[in-house]
Write a protein that binds this ligand. Structure first.
Ligand SMILES: [Cu+2]
Length: 283
């Protein structure tokens, strides 16, 4: 995740972004699972500190670390030649780190809903997507649309356009479950088909299948998405009776081009269920 600035031809800032993306222009890139804890690494490529705020949850500051911003910016610009973009490609920060991580200041320890993210640094926060009062679950459906946002808390920044949606997804499937398995991938290990739901599966690019179980008959949509959340192929779309079903697909995406090696998501939507499973396509 990144904090970005857009400049005019005179080098003056004209807007600020998260993940190089405007609020409304592209789907969410963050889909945390309800009840889990994630580490968010947020690289500040701008010249200013930004107070970054997450809705719904409180979180803790793990540490900060300096980044070779010039080199990171080059890599970011190669992966995302134009910002704002509607197809954000994340760039891992590890190769660009400088020195050792340094811990939170004394006044920053404990639960907060906003942390200062300094320029030239990556800020790592631990986010638990669950009630902070240790209740087992929210008393409302936190996975319901339209979801939540994370944003800079400087008013001029959040309005122009430093805000992004995020969506919580259910960890415990309610109406349907799925597992992704390869049709033929002799050389690659796979998650066992009995693991429901599998956390990840290495898939052959030749062809793969999604097995899913429908508990109540209804409309089921299963899409293969890229890391930007964009659909690259529809795998299932229609009415399914209760029971177990399998859909298979061949490698080319919706537009006919081969799917490159990389990380993808299979998204299943059925009867209020919004389940996402990461998968890796290898050639
Ligand atoms: Cu800001």
């Amino acid at each position: 995740m990144t904090l970005n600035e857009m400049m005019d031809q005179h080098g003056e800032p004209i807007g600020a972004l998260l993940n190089g993306t405007r609020f409304h222009d592209s789907p969410a890139t963050e889909y945390p699972e309800l009840g889990t804890t994630e580490m968010w690494e947020i690289v500040n490529m701008t010249g200013d500190a930004h107070p970054i705020h997450l809705h719904l949850v409180q979180f803790q500051l793990l540490n900060r670390q300096k980044v070779n911003v010039r080199r990171y910016e080059q890599a970011f610009a190669e992966a995302n030649p134009v910002i704002p973009t509607d197809s954000y490609v994340p760039v891992p920060v590890e190769p660009y780190l400088k020195g050792r991580p340094f811990p939170a200041d004394a006044n920053e320890r404990g639960w907060k809903d906003t942390f200062r993210m300094n320029p030239g640094q990556v800020t790592r926060v631990l986010v638990r997507f669950a009630p902070q009062d240790e209740s087992p679950a929210y008393v409302f459906d936190a996975t319901a649309e339209p979801g939540y946002v994370w944003h800079c808390h400087i008013l001029e920044h959040e309005e122009n356009d430093m805000m992004r949606p995020y969506h919580l997804v259910a960890g415990a499937p309610r109406g349907a479950t799925m597992v992704v398995t390869p049709d033929s991938s002799p050389a690659t290990p796979i998650a066992p088909a009995t693991a429901l739901p599998a956390r990840a599966a290495n898939l052959s690019a030749v062809g793969s299948s999604v097995r899913f179980v429908v508990e109540t008959p209804g409309q089921v949509e299963i899409d293969l998405c890229n890391v930007a959340g964009q659909q690259v192929k529809s795998l299932a779309s229609g009415w399914y009776e209760a029971g177990e079903h399998t859909v298979s697909w061949q490698a080319p995406g919706t537009t006919g081009q081969a799917l490159g090696t990389g990380v993808y998501f299979v998204r299943l939507r059925a009867d209020g269920v919004n389940q996402i499973q990461k998968l890796i396509i290898v050639h």
